[in-house]
Design a protein around this ligand. Structure first.
Ligand code: NDP
Ligand code: KPL
Length: 330
């Protein structure tokens, strides 16, 4: 561990793709890590440890694994999907009273929801720009590097902690950064509907056309709501305006850049990983958040609304749809 840093007891609530990667890296640099997990994943981590592979190196973390926290940690990190946050926090609520918490989640305002639930304000927001797959219990593969962005209350504390373990930066506006990530996360729904990788979907001109339309709706809705989009991964506020109002061919450069950043290892996207595990997705917190923000302005976001409906159809049927179901939307 680097000089000047004290060892902390860090709880990671939800040791899936992102939580597992963060937990393993914190363990690797010498923190005392406890994770909460469920079912086969809990059993695998308790028996064999948490195996991290890929862009952040290989490490087997022999962390304590429990269904819920019994002891108060020094700090905690919540990394469940948005859909699992309430149950996971409720289960560890007593141990988390007044503990600084970082909520690493896609979608909008996860940290505000957690602060309301826990009844204290020591809650930071986090955005993962890495890409990670967790398709086998106890195993996480980071398929593309990327910073973890933190901000809001306690942002500096978590930037210092995570910065020891993974590339991390601080944002002056977690809300603006969450909106930029929401624009990037438009790449999640279509792979989850058609069962193909994010890169493969972006390569397909018909699917990319729908993706760009969903991005345009997100950019227009955010700008109309007065959001100050924060720059993330080269997606600057100017580029967000071009996505919203510029020619479609220019807007299409944004998903093409995301594809290049994701590299050659096929990335399923976190929404498709839920589908493949037979779990509910967080599409309502991603595309659904755009529909809700548009509705608050008295507007519609029809492409996002249609993508939400198609993802739910895949969840219900338990099988992917033909690409034509998406291509016909635009
Ligand atoms: N994967 C990625 O590449 C990226 C994901 N994100 C975002 O990060 C967040 C986390 O995503 P991701 O890591 O992919 O999700 P995962 O589903 O892989 O991980 C969430 C973990 O939380 C566990 N969990 C859920 N409820 C509970 C509970 N009550 N108690 C204990 N554990 C629980 C899940 O267990 P179980 O498996 O049993 O459900 C799962 O292991 C999401 O908001 C996602 O959108 C952001 C950037 C990239
Ligand atoms: C951008 C992307 C697709 C990286 O995997 C992501 O954030 C996710 O999977 O939720």
């Amino acid at each position: 561990m680097a000089e000047g840093w004290s060892r902390q007891r860090v709880a990671v609530i939800g040791a899936g793709a992102i939580g597992g990667a963060i937990a393993a890296r914190l363990d690797a640099i010498g923190h005392e890590v406890v994770v909460t997990a469920r079912g086969d994943n809990l059993a695998a981590i308790a028996a064999d440890g948490l195996l991290l592979r890929g862009a952040f190196g290989t490490h087997t973390a022999q962390v304590e694994a429990v269904p819920a926290l019994e002891r108060r940690p020094d700090v905690a990190i919540l990394a469940t999907k948005a859909t699992g946050a309430v149950a996971a926090l409720e289960a560890s609520r007593e141990a988390l009273a007044d503990v600084p918490l970082l909520v690493v989640q896609n979608g909008l305002g996860g940290e505000r929801a957690a602060a309301r639930l826990l009844g204290h304000e020591r809650v930071a927001g986090g955005i993962a720009l890495m890409a990670a797959n967790s398709m086998e219990p106890g195993t996480v593969t980071v398929t593309a590097r990327g910073d973890t962005i933190v901000g809001g209350a306690e942002g500096a504390r978590f930037a210092a902690l995570l910065g020891q373990a993974i590339p991390t930066s601080e944002t002056p506006s977690i809300e603006g950064a969450q909106w930029t990530k929401l624009l990037i996360n438009m790449v999640n729904a279509i792979p989850a509907i058609v069962g193909r990788s994010v890169q493969d979907v972006i390569r397909d001109p018909g699917l990319r056309r729908v993706l760009v339309a969903a991005m345009r709706e997100t950019a227009r809705t955010g700008l109309a709501s007065g959001v100050r989009f924060q720059p993330l991964q080269g997606l600057t506020p100017l580029l967000v305006r071009l996505v919203a109002w510029g020619p479609a061919a220019l807007a299409a450069q944004v998903p093409l850049r995301i594809k290049d950043r994701l590299g050659d290892v096929p990335n399923l996207g976190s929404t498709q990983q839920s589908i493949r595990r037979g779990q509910p997705t967080e599409v309502d917190a991603i595309n659904g958040a755009v529909v809700a923000a548009a509705a608050a302005l008295g507007r519609e976001a029809p492409v996002n609304a249609a993508l939400v409906a198609l993802v739910h159809e895949v969840e219900r049927r338990g099988r992917f749809l033909q690409a034509s179901a998406v291509r016909q939307l635009v």
